[in-house]
Design a protein around this ligand. Structure first.
Ligand SMILES: CCCCCCCCCCCCC/C=C/C(=O)SCCNC(=O)CCNC(=O)[C@H](O)C(C)(C)COP(=O)(O)OP(=O)(O)OC[C@H]1O[C@@H](n2cnc3c(N)ncnc32)[C@H](O)[C@@H]1OP(=O)(O)O
Ligand SMILES: Cc1cc2nc3c(=O)[nH]c(=O)nc-3n(C[C@H](O)[C@H](O)[C@H](O)COP(=O)(O)OP(=O)(O)OC[C@H]3O[C@@H](n4cnc5c(N)ncnc54)[C@H](O)[C@@H]3O)c2cc1C
Length: 664
């Protein structure tokens, strides 16, 4: 697809053309806002155009028709075509261009380099010393080696202190001896570990003279670089099919007294001297930086997944006609039903909000990386708390939004032709990976409790800007609600819940209960506080971002979208604001929400078009840009391998004899 102002092309479904004609803004200008600059939005379009000119980059069959083996093979095949053509497609030094290329061509089902780019290289950047980077980073970037990030074990993922893999230092040989002492100590889950990676960043307990210094990252060669066979002492393989990501080879890994040189501990921050002396890192949790990085990127990543589902559901809802409103001569587009709009439009707003919020967390991570390289780790706790809450809220709400999008497509949403179930499976993986959501909400909970304790101890002025509202007081709200008043409503809810949860915890503790038990008994309330705090942050970054937009038409429609967002979010947390808002005020907000759904309606298709997700990337018959759904749905079904013959061997072998037998 080339970028036309409103993406109208000959042969498009008239229903979608009508929708695009009613849009009030330039989708290219909106794409520039979504992708951070006009230049990058333009590059994305050029890259998509360049991809479309290389037929070998297209899927050789719709992915849902491939079995696991076929998906893994297809991923490697396309990867090799990408690498043969890379200079024609992108500027290879641009991370963002590379990400777009991979996302479009490889899709979301996983591929051999997914973790290489997302965690392996970033772990080397953050945790390898300059000398180690000279040794490995260039090789990794040139893809001479394929890496992964192997931390989680069969028995433990959340509680890193209980990992069992050991790396015992031997001063005699100046080596670490990696060992997996139990079945539960097998590394389990790391993406690309099973069959693709030949190197890994392995997280193992560092043991020096019987003392355990906790989890540390080690660079470990897993396979011979010529034969790709596992090296002696290594047991490695694929963990089997998963809910989604089945083009990826999440793996298991065990070590049998496997030796690596002392220099293979990633030692930018912590070191082991030749004689076994341990040099401490500047912050106890500095080895977690690869996780903080992915969490910082997850808001945009998840926003993009939600966007995929919405492009499909909104376009389809504009071509799907079912039932009648006033005009009984023609069935109505299902997008005109208020229930359909209520199902989809708040999610469009969330997708935009997540993407804008992600800009901010990525900026904060990039700054943190520079600070840490310069020895300043003071921002780590703040970013850890923020991204812990954010990854949990965005993954959960993205899952909810995608599932609503599927249901909004009726029966065809349930078909893999919609591709929504794949998007759902991929997205909700995010509720688990990079820290299980409840566990991460409780990490933010710790931070919120500490903030309240600072206020109680008269140190309100030391609170960071994100938690300063916890020390304020709001008991009345203006009836004439605008976005900033909605923020106040959210602040009220988050503040009340945080105080309530903290006081519950403190009361239990003061009653003589152990810290841990009191924490556990307050934990549901604490997760509620974390969610409200995070939703407040998302709303506030959304408001700030819209405020900074220059193009007036784009800004206008984003203000309309913001109105959907703030009214929907406040209605959604009604139970927490009962002490602040009267039932009249709640009715007013509800009505504002319904009005804002109507206001957005003419721009709905243009808002999802603005994500500029090509048909190739979308992989959805229902979501096609041209809206020609029905003929392509039939084509898609006919291409099913089951339809290659009219009579299946299973019919001949089992059903026919059964029917014959019944006739006797
Ligand atoms: C460009 C990228 C874009 C892509 C985006 C889309 C991605 C799509 C690709 C999909 C790829 C999926 C890849 C998935 C990979 C993985 O899943 S890797 C494995 C991830 N594993 C986890 O996340 C484990 C979760 N557990 C933890 O992180 C930790 O164990 C914990 C829960 C945070 C607790 O840590 P622990 O060390 O056990 O805690 P304590 O010893 O009790 O200490 C707690 C104190 O430490 C503070 N803290 C913890 N972590 C950090 C940190 N990172 N930074 C700063 N501080 C930290 C914590 O706040 C406590 O502080 P106090 O309250 O002051 O005590
Ligand atoms: C698609 C996918 C890709 C992955 N990729 C990688 C990878 O590349 N590298 C890698 O190392 N790992 C990877 N993982 C593993 C992932 O990081 C872990 O599964 C994740 O961190 C959760 O840990 P767990 O499985 O131990 O869950 P568990 O901790 O066993 O969770 C089970 C339940 O226990 C609860 N729970 C646990 N601890 C607490 C607590 N302290 N308080 C309250 N409740 C608690 C959880 O909330 C959850 O409900 C991947 C996982 C998936 C699904």
């Amino acid at each position: 697809m080339t970028a036309l102002n409103k993406s109208i092309e000959p042969g498009d479904s008239p229903d979608l053309t009508e929708e695009r004609a009613s849009g009030t803004f330039d989708t290219n200008a909106m794409a520039a806002v979504i992708y951070g600059s006009d230049k990058f939005a333009q590059r994305r379009r050029e890259i998509s155009e360049a991809i479309s000119k290389i037929p070998e980059l297209a899927d050789s069959a719709p992915l849902p028709f491939l079995d696991r083996f076929g998906k893994v093979t297809e991923g490697s095949r396309k990867l090799s075509v990408i690498l043969e053509n890379i200079d024609k497609l992108i500027d290879p030094s641009s991370y963002e261009e590379g990400l777009h290329l991979y996302t479009e061509v490889m899709g979301m089902e996983g591929h051999p380099l997914a973790l290489h780019e997302v965690m392996f290289i970033p772990a080397l950047i953050a945790q390898a010393s300059d000398e180690q980077q000279v040794k490995w980073l260039g090789r990794a970037r040139r893809r001479e080696i394929i890496g992964c990030y192997a931390q989680t074990e069969m028995g433990h993922g959340s509680n890193l202190r209980a990992l069992e893999t050991t790396a015992t230092y031997s001063p005699e040989t100046q080596e670490f001896i990696l060992h997996s002492p139990t079945i539960t100590s097998l590394k389990w889950w790391p993406g690309a570990l099973g069959k693709s990676a030949n190197w890994a960043v392995v997280v193992a307990n560092l043991i020096i003279r019987d003392k355990n210094y906790g989890p540390h990252p080690f660079m470990v060669q897993l396979r011979d670089e010529d034969s790709h066979e596992p090296l002696p002492g290594i047991t490695v393989g694929d963990i089997g099919p998963k809910m989604a990501f089945n083009g990826g080879d999440n793996g298991f890994l065990g070590f049998r007294n496997y030796r690596i040189p002392r220099e293979y501990l990633l030692n930018r921050h912590a070191k082991v001297e030749a004689d076994g002396r341990y040099v401490k890192p500047p912050h106890a949790k500095i080895n977690h930086s690869a996780m903080i990085r992915v969490r910082s990127h997850m808001a945009t990543g998840q926003g993009a997944l939600l966007a995929h589902a919405l492009v499909i559901a909104v376009r389809y809802s504009a071509v799907r006609r079912q039932g009648y409103l006033e005009d009984k001569s023609r069935e109505v587009k299902v997008l005109d039903y208020q229930t359909q709009q209520h199902r989809l439009f708040p999610s469009i707003a969330r997708a935009y909000a997540f993407i804008f919020c992600g800009f901010e967390t990525i900026r904060l991570y990039d700054q943190l990386l520079i600070d840490v390289q310069n020895g300043n780790t003071s921002g780590m706790a703040d970013l850890h708390a923020l991204t812990s809450g954010l990854k949990s809220v965005v993954t959960y709400q993205t899952g909810e939004g995608i599932e609503q999008a599927r249901m909004a497509c009726g029966g065809h949403g349930y078909s893999m032709a919609s591709y929504i179930s794949e998007i759902y499976g991929v997205a909700i993986g995010g509720c688990t990976y990079e820290g299980e959501n409840m566990v991460m909400l409780l990490q933010l909970g710790r931070y919120l409790v500490k903030s309240i304790e600072m206020i109680q101890n008269g140190k309100s002025r030391e609170l960071g800007p994100m938690v300063a509202y916890l020390a304020e007081n709001e008991s009345e709200i203006d009836l004439n609600l605008g976005p900033n008043e909605y923020l106040k409503v959210f602040e009220y809810a988050a503040r009340n819940q945080t105080w309530r949860a903290t006081e519950k915890f403190q009361k239990l503790r003061n009653s003589g209960m152990s810290n841990e038990k009191a924490w556990n008994q307050a934990s549901v309330e604490l997760t509620r506080a974390s969610r409200l705090h995070t939703r407040l942050y998302i709303m506030s970054t959304f408001i700030n971002h819209v405020g900074s937009i220059v193009d007036q038409k784009v800004k206008g429609v984003l203000i309309d979208l913001l109105n959907v967002h703030v009214t929907y979010e406040v209605m959604d947390i009604g139970i927490y604001v009962q002490g602040l808002l009267s039932s009249n005020q709640m009715d007013l907000i509800r009505n504002q929400l319904y009005v804002s759904l109507e206001t957005i309606r003419p721009n709905a298709v243009s808002l999802v078009d603005s994500f500029q997700i090509s048909d190739m990337q979308l992989r959805s018959v229902l979501g096609r840009r041209d809206g020609n759904v029905y003929e392509n749905l039939f084509k898609w079904a006919k291409s099913s391998p089951l339809n290659k013959t009219d009579v299946l061997p299973s019919v001949t072998q089992y059903l026919k004899p059964m029917m014959e037998k019944s006739k006797l």
